[in-house]
Design a protein around this ligand. Structure first.
Ligand code: ATP
Ligand code: MG
Length: 140
């Protein structure tokens, strides 16, 4: 079983990580890919001030920062994983990467960093559900 754990660093994504830890504990034949996606920055006021390579480097840093608390949780539990940061449209990139990597399922939170509204599901969760053919576990 190869699991794609999508994380934005939110409390919800930490709970998703805990769910993965519980799911894989005691089993050796699990693989975990931990993914954060940074949406492309198109804003002309940023594009005109920074080189594309600088923007990319900044986004990779942001992605690494988002993964840091999740990595702490997985490390503390002794669950091995491959951390990945990608730049692209968030839901599409999660779905495409999970397929490319041959993952068997996607695990993510119901909500994320933008969890202020009353909606049951965040937009990324909703879009992933709509786009992927893989089983998805949404962790509340
Ligand atoms: P919205 O973004 O629509 O305001 P939200 O932030 O509450 O709402 P989502 O963004 O859909 O909700 O987050 C739900 C789950 O999707 C998160 O718990 C996380 O697992 C995953 N997720 C969200 N954003 C990213 C991202 N940029 N990279 C990887 N996974 C993400
Ligand atoms: Mg969000």
């Amino acid at each position: 079983m190869k699991i794609l754990l999508a994380a934005d660093g939110s409390e919800h994504s930490l709970r998703a990580a805990q769910h993965v830890i519980n799911a894989v504990s005691g089993c050796e034949r699990h693989e975990v890919v931990l993914l954060n996606v940074q949406a492309p920055i198109d804003a002309p006021e940023i594009r005109s001030h920074m080189k594309a390579s600088e923007i990319e480097a900044m986004q990779e840093t942001h992605g690494g920062d988002a993964l840091a608390p999740v990595r702490e949780v997985l490390d503390a539990a002794g669950v091995p994983y491959t951390p990945v940061v990608l730049i692209g449209p968030v839901a599409e990139t999660i779905v495409q990467f999970a397929a490319d990597q041959g993952c068997d399922k996607i695990v993510m939170g119901t909500r994320g960093l933008g969890a202020l509204g009353s909606a049951l599901l965040g937009s990324v969760s909703q879009e992933v559900l709509g786009l992927t053919h893989l089983p998805v576990t949404l962790v509340k």
